[in-house]
Write a protein that binds this ligand. Structure first.
Ligand SMILES: [Zn+2]
Length: 427
């Protein structure tokens, strides 16, 4: 077989290998699998898929979907192309720097793979309403933002109408962090959702202070020593600004001297910046594996040609290549798909302000800028300004003065399309 020349129209043989899977059932295909023209017609002419994110994962996802036979693809991304993206976001070229990712990615795919239609939207997922999301059969996310994932997850859970099976939109979520990644299949209201697993997010790595101070072994230890101990000692109250090149330069020289003293190699400007800004480098091969896994699931769900993932795939590439698949279970007290109030135990003397701090930090809640109410009573509201001012005095009050033991507090935040119910117990 000759190599297809993409620019010379829709190459007949492009889907030859995909057709091998779709033309006949295999030993493990679902009984509902309709082999042959019907499934090919659905995949190529009827299935509408939405890709959220056109960055490192998104570029891979778009190319994989288009090459596996999806022909009606939509993509949303709110970013423009930066020069630093070009090493891994392979749909972009130097001339595209400054252009919207969604639009450039869509044009690239359509030029390279004739017959595929990619409809871009340059903007936020929050700009779109329920009617927009209802038109899709499947949604794939290749995002680097927890906030955006929580939003789309809650939106798709809220979209489910038990009377209308079409309203259940499978969500495939891919994520990568350095050499680690995960792909998961979320059937809103059926399987565990993104919010159910919020406590699995990695906390930023922290090094023990005694190691930093006394027995550094890694270049990171020297950088932490410079930023955590030396900066405040030398600069007093002046706050470290991680966007200021002079500040980074100072840390770099201090960390380098420390590294030399302990014969440690590897302190560089970019590592210094990475450590203090908590940047984990993006790895192209991790993106490729996770995107492939997501698209494999999308293909299986769209065609019923094989059983799909149930429901969480993890990749750990830090020491060799290790992967693991398990079923993540739903949480009854998940604020998005569970319906039960979350029990929280707090001290009787806790102020409203302290409760808010806990909501921001607690691993399974993580709500930035929460607003609180109990029944019709406003406890504290972050906005609008008049309401914030009116409820501000409550920050100093004890929660136990405002809410009885076993009472419920409703927590909302403007960034999240759901509310969380807390049942408070005083200890
Ligand atoms: Zn959930």
């Amino acid at each position: 077989m000759t190599n297809g020349n993409a620019s010379s129209g829709d190459w007949e043989g492009r889907y030859f290998h995909v057709d091998q899977i779709l033309d006949r059932p295999g030993p493990r295909t679902d009984p509902s699998f309709l082999a042959g023209e019907e499934v090919k017609d659905f995949l190529r002419n009827k299935c509408k898929i939405l890709v959220i994110g056109a960055g490192g994962l998104g570029c891979e996802i778009l190319a994989n979907l288009a090459l596996s036979g999806f022909k009606d693809i939509h993509v949303i991304d709110m970013d423009t192309i930066d020069i630093s993206n070009l090493n891994r976001q392979f749909l972009f070229r130097q001339k595209d720097v400054g252009q919207p990712k969604a639009i450039v990615a869509a044009e690239f795919i359509m030029n390279r793979i004739p017959g595929v239609k990619v409809t871009p939207y340059y903007g936020k997922i929050q700009d779109k309403d329920d009617d927009y999301y209802m038109q899709f059969n499947l949604v794939i996310c290749g995002l680097d933002s927890v906030e955006a994932r929580r939003w789309i997850n809650a939106t798709l859970v809220n979209l489910v109408d038990p009377e209308n099976p079409e309203s259940l939109k499978p969500l495939i979520d891919g994520g990568t962090e350095g050499f680690k990644g995960q792909a998961r299949v979320i059937l809103p209201t059926v399987t565990s959702c993104y919010e159910c697993s919020l406590d699995m997010l990695n906390k930023p790595t922290a090094f023990p202070i005694c190691t930093i101070a006394n027995t550094p072994r890694l270049p990171e230890h020297c950088i932490e020593w410079a930023s955590v101990l030396e900066w405040p000692r030398v600069h007093g109250d002046q706050k470290l600004d991680t966007d200021d090149p002079e500040h980074i330069g100072w840390l770099y020289s201090i960390a380098s001297a420390r590294a030399k003293e302990f014969k440690i190699e590897g302190v560089s400007w970019s590592l210094t910046q990475g450590v203090v800004k908590n940047i984990i480098p993006a790895i192209a091969s991790t993106n490729a594996i996770i995107a492939a896994s997501c698209c494999n699931e999308a293909f299986k769900i769209a065609t019923s040609s094989a059983a799909y993932l149930n429901n969480y795939f993890m990749l750990i590439g830090t020491d060799g290549v290790y992967s693991y698949t398990f079923e993540h279970e739903r949480r009854e007290d998940c604020p998005v798909c569970g319906g039960e109030a979350l029990d929280v135990s707090i001290g009787k003397e806790w102020t409203v302000e302290r409760l808010i701090e806990m909501l921001v930090e607690k691993q399974d809640i993580q709500i930035k800028k929460p607003s609180l109410s109990s029944g019709a009573k406003h406890i504290y509201f972050q906005a609008p300004p008049q309401l914030e001012e009116a409820t501000r005095p409550n920050l100093e009050k004890m929660v136990s003065e405002l809410v009885p033991d076993g009472g419920e507090i409703t927590v909302t935040a403007s960034s999240l399309p759901f509310s969380l119910s807390l049942r408070v117990k005083y200890v």
